[in-house]
Design a protein around this ligand. Sequence first.
Ligand SMILES: Cc1cc2nc3c(=O)[nH]c(=O)nc-3n(C[C@H](O)[C@H](O)[C@H](O)COP(=O)(O)OP(=O)(O)OC[C@H]3O[C@@H](n4cnc5c(N)ncnc54)[C@H](O)[C@@H]3O)c2cc1C
Length: 548
Amino acid sequence: MANAPGAPANPSASSLEFDAHLEADVLVLGGGPAGTWAAIAAATAGARTVLADKGFCGTSGATAASGTTLWYVDPDPAKRAAAKAAREGLGGHLADHGWMDRVLDRTHAAVGQLADWGYPFPRDADGRDRRVSVQGPEYMRLMRRRVKQAGVTILDHCPALELLVDDGGAVAGAAGVRRQKGGGWAVRAKAVVIATGGCAFLSKALGCNVLTGDGLLMAAEAGADLSGMEFSNAYAIAPAFGSVTKTLLYQWASFTRADGAVIPGAASKGGRSVIARVLATEPVYARLDRAEPELSAAMRQAQPNFFLPFDRVGIDPFTQRFPVTLRLEGTVRGTGGLRLVNERCATAVPGLFAAGDAATREPICGGFTGGGSHNAAWAMSSGHWAGQGAADHARALGNGARALRRAGGAGLGEGRGAAIDAGALTRAVQAEVFPYHINYFRTEEGLTGALTRLDRLWSDAAGAAPSSADDSLRVREAAAMLATARWMYRSALARTESRGMHRRLDHAALDPAQRHLLTVGGLDEVHVSARPAPLHPDPVGAKRELAA
Ligand SMILES: Cc1cc2nc3c(=O)[nH]c(=O)nc-3n(C[C@H](O)[C@H](O)[C@H](O)COP(=O)(O)OP(=O)(O)OC[C@H]3O[C@@H](n4cnc5c(N)ncnc54)[C@H](O)[C@@H]3O)c2cc1C
């Protein structure tokens, strides 16, 4: 495999009509941390690599808009053991310690690479790099530069709409639209990495405007299944008038009702459900009045974009109350995503790999992330392995000719359905996934009612067409959010207990008999099945913790 930019494909090899054709060994969909690490790994392994992003690779997605803490732990056995134990109970004892070890090792190496590439880590008093967090804009600017230096062809503003598959069902590329130049694109590739991020249902959460679950739908249409989709109801605190969902600073907040009365038990950690309960009937206000003056100056310096919405409306959050909301971040700070079948991050479909938030993070988080460093570590690790795995797959496949067909369906006009109103469909899905009484506090009744309505929407949308070519992206996004909501609620219904971030009001306790993972898949018919969780490294300790 020569590492050169993609060359025009031979359109006569298929009946596909597109304005831009490229050929590659590896095609990476998504240009956030996971996609950029995947592209660099694939290109470094000698694969001709193309990366297509819905936005501009380097400024798009959840990390670019923000900053992330990293699960960066020195390779000291005691520190590593403590890092793994810290999330064990929170994640509902579903994580896999073998994967945790791999991710801790890989993240350590990747962060070292970032330092070698010139990432400006701050220094502590002893002159050592503080490598436990990165600023999104600097990190992603550097990643874009490295992707280009690795010889990857970047297609900016080129969302993928569907995968291409060969006669045997193996993935063989993808196709999408060119948002700025107009028309469509297609890349024939021997392997594809889905790194399109999670799904936050267009809730206006920071950096999540492009995260509509597109990769999940595309992969499922090609035959992939998902896992952990019941762990998908991450809600983050945000000012009611802004999109910044950084919750860390709210540990210094007091939460009050409109009349100024303090809400007992309301807190960002361990008290978010209290906030959700009050928000269901009345507004909730916050003020960061527990931060000492020296700390507030440090907070402004460390998290400048947290303060932008406040500065814009002239509120001092340390002295003035402001209304807050809980914004759904769905799978972005949940753990569900495409199921991986091996350590190279392959999915169940030949030629298809997944990384970052698009893949299930259960191997290292079990049923809970809430952000807090694991996601960023997962994106850089799984991205690297998926890129390498895809390059190896491409090399093994060789150069034989393959006839291609389009794998996409929902909302692409393959059926005889009527033209679809993307805005109306999006609002209808949001009406089922935003409400706390359906998604935060789950019950059989609430989930079943929502599923009945979502299934009805699916039967209308599945065969429908966009009203115009310009609308095709919005329609596919709406269809992807709809599919994601159905996988999420089918899984939530099947898990009749509370575990990780999945809370059932009607099954409030953790049920030791349900220490399993849930596979979900299917489009018209959604199916769920249980598979064994990884062996627990300390079964006695886990039993004690469960009993407590
Ligand atoms: C406010 C906030 C704070 C966070 N803080 C932390 C933290 O402190 N620590 C931590 O570990 N995690 C944190 N997270 C989570 C972390 O940001 C994500 O886990 C991480 O960004 C995942 O990387 P990714 O590459 O998988 O997805 P993203 O960074 O979301 O990138 C996805 C990319 O895919 C592209 N894309 C989407 N659809 C398509 C399509 N159809 N075709 C082509 N491209 C497409 C998007 O444009 C985007 O560039 C935070 C998240 C949020 C929202």
